[in-house]
Design a protein around this ligand. Structure first.
Ligand code: HEM
Length: 353
């Protein structure tokens, strides 16, 4: 590979890592397992091209007298890439050296996003354009094909090798998450997407409002939500744990029928007391569950009591906790993603009110 070809390959593979990494947040069903495969194979390719690059620059790095102003930046970038690859690889093999209140996967995401941003800024600001010889040359093509084949091979062999060696990584889900307390009721980790920490909702005063594009708005007590609808679904947190439970409560479709859905209704927004919300197309929303119980136990406050949303096949941050409103709207709620960040700053989100 030419030096420019190598640098461009590194930048593109980091961009692929960032793109597929962020996509993992929206990949919760087995149909989207390819996102994780692309992430892993892209990471392996990045490691291979990095070896290539290091072989070329090593003489310059090893001899202090040849250092210039840019060597420090280069070494820092190398350290970052190594941290991202190392943390990703360690996590997928079952090593969790989490610290500072975050799992190793959490750190991987943070450093990976930082590295991705840095490389994109650098590529836009400083990149030297590719020449024909860097891309449309037979040797470049063969090198890229070899790296691609080796990366896909590494991904394909990973689980069989982990199984043969008895590594915990063999038991992780396709999302990279490890099982935590499945079917044990509330005994699975309590997490928050950012930092929502509301006060417990007093059971007697609690009401769920069902409104918006409906003919008969409802105001329901917590007891009225335990209608015996059940589903078995896996809560798969982007922080790296997954818990399969039998959830009980009421299907949203039932609530919409009771509230006499109006013809204009096309989306359903589920809102927490903190302001945190997520929106779903009507057809999808009907089958979602508002759960009051988890594997036979009433939900605890940490898990969203008196009721939380259950969204099978979607990552945990869409499973809104402490739900107080279900609103039918004509349009999708484009502000929902932003609400998942600012909700932790509201008085209710901070637990101040
Ligand atoms: C420059 C950016 C990134 C690179 C180079 C990178 C690379 C890697 C590598 C090499 C692995 C190990 C894969 C395996 O062995 O199966 C991994 C795992 C993982 N990464 Fe990243 N990553 C990056 C950023 C991100 C971001 C931003 C996210 C999420 C927002 C993310 C989410 C994950 C997840 C969920 C896993 C675990 C997958 C599994 O265990 O199968 N990564 N990453």
């Amino acid at each position: 590979m030419t030096p420019r070809g190598t640098d461009w390959s590194l930048a593109l593979l980091v961009a692929l890592g960032l793109g597929t990494g962020l996509s993992t947040w929206f990949a919760g069903s087995p149909h989207s397992a390819w996102v994780f495969a692309a992430h892993a194979a892209g990471g392996a390719a990045l490691a291979l091209v990095l070896v290539w690059k290091l072989r070329r620059v090593w003489p310059r790095v090893a001899s202090r007298s040849r250092w210039d102003g840019r060597t420090g930046y280069g070494l820092a970038a190398l350290g970052l890439v190594a941290a991202v690859l190392g943390s990703g690889g360690a996590w997928s093999n079952g090593l969790d050296g989490g610290f500072g209140g975050m799992s190793l996967l959490g750190w991987h995401v943070l450093v990976g996003a930082f590295l991705g941003g840095l490389v994109l800024v650098h590529a836009f600001g400083r990149a030297r354009p590719l020449r024909r010889a860097d891309a449309a040359d037979r040797r470049q093509f063969v090198a890229a094909a070899l790296v691609g084949a080796a990366a896909v091979g590494a991904w394909a062999l990973q689980r069989p090798v982990q199984r043969a060696l008895g590594l915990p990584g063999a038991d992780r889900r396709f999302t990279g998450s490890y099982d935590a307390g499945s079917f044990t009721g509330n005994a699975f980790p309590v997490t928050s997407w950012v930092a929502d920490g509301p006060r417990p909702l007093p059971a007697r005063a609690y009401r769920l409002a069902v409104g918006g594009e409906v003919g008969r708005p409802l105001s329901l007590s917590a007891d009225a939500l335990d209608r015996g609808d059940e589903i078995v679904a896996t809560l798969d947190c982007t922080g790296g744990f997954a818990s399969t439970q039998r959830w009980r409560g009421v299907r949203i479709g039932r609530l919409l029928d009771d509230a006499r859905l109006a013809p204009a209704g096309a989306h359903v927004r589920v809102v927490s007391v903190t302001g945190y919300r997520w929106s779903f197309a009507l057809a999808d929303a009907r089958d979602l569950l508002l759960a009051t119980h988890v594997s036979g136990e009433p939900l605890t406050h940490g898990h969203g009591a008196p009721c939380r949303l259950v969204v099978p096949g979607h990552r945990g941050f869409q499973w809104v906790k402490w739900v107080t409103r279900v609103e039918v709207t004509a349009d999708a709620d484009l502000g929902a993603a932003a609400s998942t960040v600012w909700s932790s700053l509201t008085a209710e989100g901070r637990g101040a009110r």
